[in-house]
Design a protein around this ligand. Structure first.
Ligand code: NAP
Length: 353
């Protein structure tokens, strides 16, 4: 009897645990151990909320709707980053419950000339200064005790003790040597506790492979210098976008910048989390929400086309950075954990070009 009772309790606990895991695995993703090595005796795992809100969005709306991941970048400008800090302070949400991603420019770059022209006194050619500037502007809180080892070297202006959760190289520099030099600055920033994890953005498969080869070379002298995340344009009907970046100001959605299945596959193989920007086709200029197949599947599940487009990503363990100022839209985007697309519907969406 006692044994049967124990089994029932264990079974119930297991089922409850499994349910919770299923729910959480649809909303958060673990970053690969080793991708965020910290000089700390007990490195903890880092989990990233899969859905983030980006530029020109209302971050208070996002936080009120339950979103906990915010995406920004040095080149988005001072006002954007200050407004994130204000939204966080207004929300009264603990810093530890939030996940903040920022990005630093890699200059000179072939991707977009305007990205290397700074609108403030910080040079877009100095990744350490950019990261420091973003952290200061957002006024982020103090890091956990494990970052207490931070040294001031190279970050003399960092008088506050803020940190971000993820710092990405926003795009590659024109030359690989410069890209690698900027990436090493991020490795160093992570080891100093200015960011918990690092990654890259707008890297195609061959560049990502070149980076992986380089960071594993003894010359870099660091295990665990692999990127934890790659953030590229990616969406239903936009992997890559049919226009290949043409007509877009800064080539969002082009093959050249990794908006491809090949890059996604490499990321999965290498244990790097793939994060899709433009998941609804916004700046990548892809018609996602108007596609007949997307609308048909949305109707079948009693969901909106936006929810189907987001679910298609999340179900492949791909994160998404959207942008909304609309409370209804924010609530919809964050409500993709409670349904599952059948394999046939996933395949139909994957086949859209
Ligand atoms: N790494 C990079 O180089 C890079 C490049 C570009 C962008 N990004 C990041 O990615 C973010 C998002 O890019 P994006 O703007 O192209 O994203 P997107 O999600 O493809 O498009 C956003 C648009 O979708 C609409 N929307 C959002 N939720 C919706 C819903 N539930 N139903 C219908 N429409 C909805 C928004 O309008 P409403 O406001 O009306 O909701 C907005 O116009 C940027 O803000 C930025 O943070 C990164």
């Amino acid at each position: 009897m006692l044994v049967i009772g124990a089994l029932i309790i264990t079974g119930a606990t297991f089922l409850h645990g499994a349910r919770r895991w299923r729910r959480e695995s649809a909303t958060r993703i673990l970053l690969a151990p080793g991708a965020y090595t910290q000089p700390h005796p007990r490195p903890t795992s880092i989990s990233m909320p899969l859905l983030a809100n980006g530029i020109n969005a209302n971050h208070s709306v996002w936080l009120d709707a339950g979103g906990r991941h915010i995406d920004t970048a040095f080149i988005y400008g001072d006002d954007q980053q200050k407004s994130i800090g204000e939204a966080i302070r207004r929300s009264n949400i603990n810093r530890g419950d939030l996940f903040i991603t920022t990005k630093v420019a890699c200059c000179p770059t072939l991707r977009c000339n305007k990205f290397c022209t700074s609108s403030n006194d910080v040079s877009a050619y100095d990744p350490a200064a950019q990261l420091n500037h973003s952290i200061e502007l957002m006024g982020l809180g103090c890091p956990p005790a494990r970052f207490a080892h931070r040294k001031s070297h190279g970050y003399a202006r960092s008088t506050s003790c803020g940190f971000v959760d993820l710092a990405l190289l926003h795009f590659p520099c024109s030359r690989f040597e410069d890209t690698l030099r900027a990436y090493k600055v991020l490795v160093d920033a992570r080891d100093r506790g200015l960011t918990r994890a690092i990654g890259v953005s707008n890297f195609n498969a061959s560049l990502l492979q070149a980076l992986l080869d380089a960071v594993e070379a003894p010359s870099l002298g660091k295990a665990g210098a692999r990127p934890a995340v790659v953030q590229n344009a990616f969406s239903v009907a936009g992997h890559p976008a049919s226009h290949d970046g043409v007509g877009n100001a800064c080539l969002e959605g082009s093959r050249l910048y990794g908006s491809t299945d090949e890059t996604l596959e490499l990321a999965h193989r290498a244990g790097i989390v793939f994060q899709a920007y433009s998941p609804l086709g916004g700046v990548s200029n892809v018609d996602v929400l108007g596609r007949r197949e997307v609308r048909r599947i949305a109707e079948k599940y009693g969901r909106t086309p936006a929810q189907v487009a987001m679910r298609w990503l999340v179900q492949q363990r791909v994160g998404a950075v959207s942008a909304t100022a609309n409370p209804q839209h924010a609530a919809e985007l964050l409500d993709v954990a409670r349904f599952r697309l059948a394999d046939a519907d996933m395949a139909a969406l994957s086949g859209l070009t």
